[in-house]
Design a protein around this ligand. Structure first.
Ligand code: URA
Length: 238
């Protein structure tokens, strides 16, 4: 691939801008300054530097964020911060998107990518990728509520039944459950449907990927996923 095209693909701006960067000597490849925009590159294990900052070439990006409270999953956040505020222009220029959404007040595992197929595979309603949520509730969690959640509840304006698997109380006001769809406010609405209320919501796992696989990633921090972690997240998605 030509150097100017590679830089453009990695989010460094329009072709003209990338050509300028190259011609002004801003780009180093394996320690050597390259000033020819048409320089041909082997993309395998490519590491390059722009103004001294190192980057690895990535065909697509797959990111896990431990989402903090008070961040919306939209580019034009209205009342809160946007999760995209936590990323650099090079990510945003590549068209980074959230894989599904978490409410602004929900914390935990959020995936982001510029790979449309990966996004589809994880969010398509027919794929039923399991997602594990942990929550604090306003009222005590009862065995009847757990049973109802497992049997499934109806949600207004949604077709079908919404059931949880592996629902278990983690304390008198704490519940963990797995859901397999991803409709708007699903967990909060399911809890409301059984007569309780979610006070705090946290997503611990998507597919088989959980925050502990990510070395207990601190809130507000993100990492690139490895190929193994991508496969764990896609569990049941194919
Ligand atoms: N269900 C909800 O109600 N909110 C979320 O953020 C995620 C799932």
């Amino acid at each position: 691939m030509l150097l100017e095209k590679m830089l453009q693909s990695q989010g460094f701006g329009a072709r003209k801008h990338c050509q300028q960067l190259i011609k002004t000597g801003a780009i180093t490849i394996h320690g050597e300054v390259i000033t020819d925009p048409k320089h041909k590159l082997n993309l395998n294990d490519l590491v390059f530097a722009v103004h001294g900052t190192q980057y690895e070439y990535r065909e697509k990006i797959y990111i896990a964020l431990n989402k903090p409270k008070g961040y919306e999953c939209s580019h034009q956040a209205t009342h809160h911060f946007s999760v995209f505020d936590l990323f650099d222009d090079v990510h945003l220029n590549r068209g980074l998107q959230c894989v599904g959404r978490l409410d602004q007040d929900t914390t935990g595992l959020l995936l982001l990518t510029d790979d449309g197929q990966f996004l589809q595979a994880l969010t398509h309603p027919k794929k039923h990728v399991p997602k594990v949520y942990q929550m604090h509730t306003a009222d005590p969690v009862t065995p009847e509520q757990i049973l109802q959640l497992q049997q499934g509840v109806e949600l207004r304006n949604e077709k079908g039944i919404f059931a949880a698997t592996d629902a278990e109380a983690l304390g008198t006001h704490q519940l963990q459950m797995t859901v397999h769809q991803g409709v708007y406010h699903q967990v909060k609405r399911m809890l409301a449907a059984v007569g309780n209320k979610v006070e705090q919501l946290h997503r611990a796992q998507i597919g088989q990927l959980n925050l502990t696989h990510l070395n207990a990633l601190p809130e507000g921090k993100w990492v690139y996923l490895t190929a193994e972690q991508i496969a764990l997240a896609k569990y049941r998605a194919e």
